[in-house]
Ligand binder design. Sequence first.
Ligand SMILES: NC(=O)c1ccc[n+]([C@@H]2O[C@H](COP(=O)([O-])OP(=O)(O)OC[C@H]3O[C@@H](n4cnc5c(N)ncnc54)[C@H](OP(=O)(O)O)[C@@H]3O)[C@@H](O)[C@H]2O)c1
Length: 430
Amino acid sequence: MNKPIVIGMIGLGTVGSGVMRLIARNAEQFLHKVGAPLVIKHVAVQSKEKERDLEVAPQVLTDNVEDILNDPEIDIVVEVMGGIEQAKQYVTKALQNKKHVITANKDLIALHGAELAQLANEYECDLFYEASVGGGIPIIRSLTHGLASDEINRVVGIVNGTTNYILTKMSQNHEDFGDVLQDAKAKGFAESDPSSDIDGLDAARKMAILSGLAFSTNIDLSDVHVKGIRHVSLEDIKYIQNLGYTLKLLGIGDRKHQKIEISVEPTLLPNSHPLASVHNEFNAVYLYGEAVGETMFYGPGAGSLPTATAVVSDVLEAAKNLRLGTTGRSYITPQYGKDLKSNAEMDRKYFFRILVKDKPGALAQITSIFAKHGISLERILQQPKSKSVAEVVLITYRSSYENYEEVFNEFEQLDVIDSILSSYRVEGEE
Ligand SMILES: NC(=O)c1ccc[n+]([C@@H]2O[C@H](COP(=O)([O-])OP(=O)(O)OC[C@H]3O[C@@H](n4cnc5c(N)ncnc54)[C@H](OP(=O)(O)O)[C@@H]3O)[C@@H](O)[C@H]2O)c1
C-alpha cells in the first residue's frame, strides 16, 4: 500500500468535526480515489478539556498548534478554526514548512488570499478553499475547472444563509425583522452577534472571492459596494410582494468591456427568476458565461457535514497531487489588472418608496426630477397614508448610477418629500 497521506487539522468545531466524521465514514472510498489512506495525526483545539460530541483519541488532540506546523510527517494542514490574524500566521507557517493548506476561512481568503496564494506558489504548495464560499456547493471548483473553458461575465449569488433565512421568513410569515432575527438566533441560523451577516460583510467577502476567480483579477473588499438588510421593513416586503417581486440579499459581480463592478445589496427579483425561489438558509450562485449561457448552483451554504464535503474534496485533490507529484502547480497569476466601472458606467434599475407631502403637484415635481436626469419610470403607485402625507412607490427603467446620485441630491432639497422610506436595486428582468 502507498504511504498514508498525513493530515493535521486546526479546529474541531462545526466544520472540523464534520471533516473528522466524513473522513472516517468514507475511508474506503477515499483510499480507492487517492490510492493511499488519509490519516488525521493531530487536531489542534483551544481547550482539550472541552466536552465534544465525537470521540477523538487522546494522542490526536493537542492544544499546541506547533505540534502540527512543525511535524515533518504532516503533509496537509486543514485550517478550520476561523478568525483572521492568527489563522493567517498559522497558514503562513504551514506553507513555509512546505505543507499543503486547505481552509474554509472566507475572512482570511477575502483579505489575504492573493498574498497567501503567492506564498503557496513560492513554496510549491497547494492552497485550496472550496468551503469558503457556498458551504457544500462546489462553486469554486466549477469556476476554476468546470467552466474554465468559458468567459464568465456575471456572477449573481445568494451567498449568506442567515440573511436569506431572515428575508424568507419576513416574506412568508409577515414578521418584523427583529422578531425573525431572534427566531434565527434561537434556531442557530444567526450568530449571537449577527452584524457581519446582516450588514452584508460576510456576503461581500464571498463575492470578492468569487468575482476575483470569475474575472481573473485581484479584488479587494473595499471594491465591493455593500448594503445590508438591517433597514428592510415589513412594509417594504409587502409592497415588493404586491408588485410581483421577491427581496433577496444579492451579491452581483458584473464585467462589461473588461470593466467590473461588485455589489452586495437587498435587491428585488421578479418571482419568476430562479434565485427568487431559493429560500431559508440555502445558498445559490447564478453564473452567466459567454458560451454556456446561464447556469445555477444551489445547495446548503453552511453546516457541519455539507461544509466538510467541500473541505475533504480539497484534501482529496491535494492528496492526489501528492501521489502524482504535482502539488503546487495550480496557481495562476490573475490575467487582468483591476479596472472598476465608474458611477456613470454602472447601470441600475430601482424601486423607491417615498413619503410625499399631500400638496398639489407634488407627484409631478418628483417625476420631473427623474425625467430631468434621463430616468424613465416603469410603474408609479400612490396611496394616501394620512391627511397630510401620501406614499409613492416607483419602479424605474435602467439608467446610470450617476443619474440616480443626481436624483438623490435633488430629492434632499425638495420640500414636497417628507422622507425616502427605502430604495432597492431591481434585477433579473433582462
Ligand atoms: N460553520 C459553518 O457552517 C461554516 C461554513 C463555511 C465556512 N466556515 C468557516 O469554517 C471555519 C470554522 O468554522 P466553525 O463554524 O467550525 O467554527 P467553530 O465551531 O467556532 O470551531 C472553531 C474551532 O477552532 C478551535 N480554535 C479556535 N481558536 C483556536 C486556536 N487559536 N488554536 C487552536 N484551535 C482553535 C476551537 O477550539 P475549541 O473547540 O477548543 O473551542 C474550535 O474547535 C471558519 O473560518 C468559518 O468561517 C464555517
